[in-house]
Design a protein around this ligand. Structure first.
Ligand SMILES: Cc1ncc(COP(=O)(O)O)c(C=O)c1O
Length: 302
């Protein structure tokens, strides 16, 4: 029996077959929402994206997502072709067209656009960017804590596809995930170039040891918005939190471990490389941080 679970598993929702999708200014039924096979994103993974969640009528931490999107676009020299207000208006128009109020997840993608010819050179992408926004009804349903396996795929140095970029091409992460699944786990725990524990292929990673919360220095992982919110929550609530180097020895011996990401908020980890972490269930610190995060979302004004 295949017992695999993913960190982005949601309840089945038949309404997702009928959603409307934003494609370059048009809001289209899913079956008609297509882009060219010459698109830079399809052809080369040349683009950047954001994942956002809608809670009670509001996009959580919208300002942070827009900051990261525009920073990433600038880093890859991609002109989004609209300002922040324009992107937010497109997101809101898509939400309104779908009459979504809560429990929805958006994937907002911008690529370098349609290429004149099927080759790599960015100068061949002349038509302006492609902006696609998919919003799905989404209630995360991760049936048990996650099992991780360490893999040979590293989080690299910033000069080789900076791991901070939410780039369309996620091949390194995908290969890491495949390796973890082949090892019988759900998601990959990835090390940095020095062998310190860094992050997972799709989420950020934390351990809890003796009442302290540890995560990586942040040098080789996605600058996750949820990661930062967890750090902020710890600081605001007197929970000792450290961004530091630590090894697999510290990790296997942790009292708790959890993942963070916009989709799943904080997801408990039960097992790493066959070692049970703590009791194998969501520990008290993970549960406390989850509750504080929910309260933070309720008080977030974008
Ligand atoms: C590799 C990776 N790590 C972590 C995250 C979590 O980031 P956030 O908390 O901003 O959703 C993501 C999400 O895009 C990711 O792709």
């Amino acid at each position: 029996m295949n017992d695999h679970v993913t960190t982005h598993q949601a309840e089945e929702d038949a309404r997702n077959e009928e959603i409307l999708i934003y494609v370059n200014g048009r809001i289209l039924p899913k079956r008609d929402a297509t882009i060219s096979v010459y698109d830079s994103g399809f052809m080369l993974g040349d683009g950047v994206w954001e994942g956002l969640r809608l809670y009670d009528g509001r996009w959580a931490f919208l300002g942070d997502h827009m900051d990261r999107l525009f920073e990433a676009a600038k880093a890859i020299d991609l002109d989004i072709g609209m300002d922040r207000a324009g992107v937010v208006a497109a997101l809101e128009a898509t939400r309104a067209a779908n009459a979504m109020e809560t429990d929805a997840h958006a994937r907002l993608m911008i690529t370098r656009g349609i290429k004149a010819r099927p080759f790599q050179h960015p100068g061949l992408s002349r038509s302006g960017p492609t902006l696609v926004i998919i919003i799905e009804h989404s209630r995360p349903r991760i049936p048990r804590p996650i099992r991780l396996a360490t893999v040979p795929h590293l989080r690299g140095l910033p000069m080789t596809q900076d791991p901070k970029l939410n780039s369309h091409s996620k091949l390194n992460c995908i290969l890491a995930c495949i390796a973890a699944e082949k090892a019988g786990a759900d998601e990959a725990l990835m090390l940095d170039v020095h062998g310190f524990v860094n992050t997972t292929n799709a989420c950020n990673f934390f351990v809890v040891r003796k009442g302290e919360v540890w995560t990586s220095t942040g040098d080789y992982c996605m600058n996750g918005i949820t990661r930062q919110k967890v750090i902020d929550i710890c600081r605001a609530n007197g929970i000792p939190v450290f961004e530091r180097n630590y090894s697999l020895v510290d990790t296997y011996g942790a009292d708790e471990a959890f993942l963070t990401g916009t989709f799943g908020a904080q997801t408990p980890v039960s097992e790493i490389d066959g070692r049970t972490i703590g009791t194998g269930e969501a520990g008290p610190m993970t549960q406390r941080i989850r509750a504080l995060y929910r309260a933070m979302i309720e008080g977030d004004n974008g």
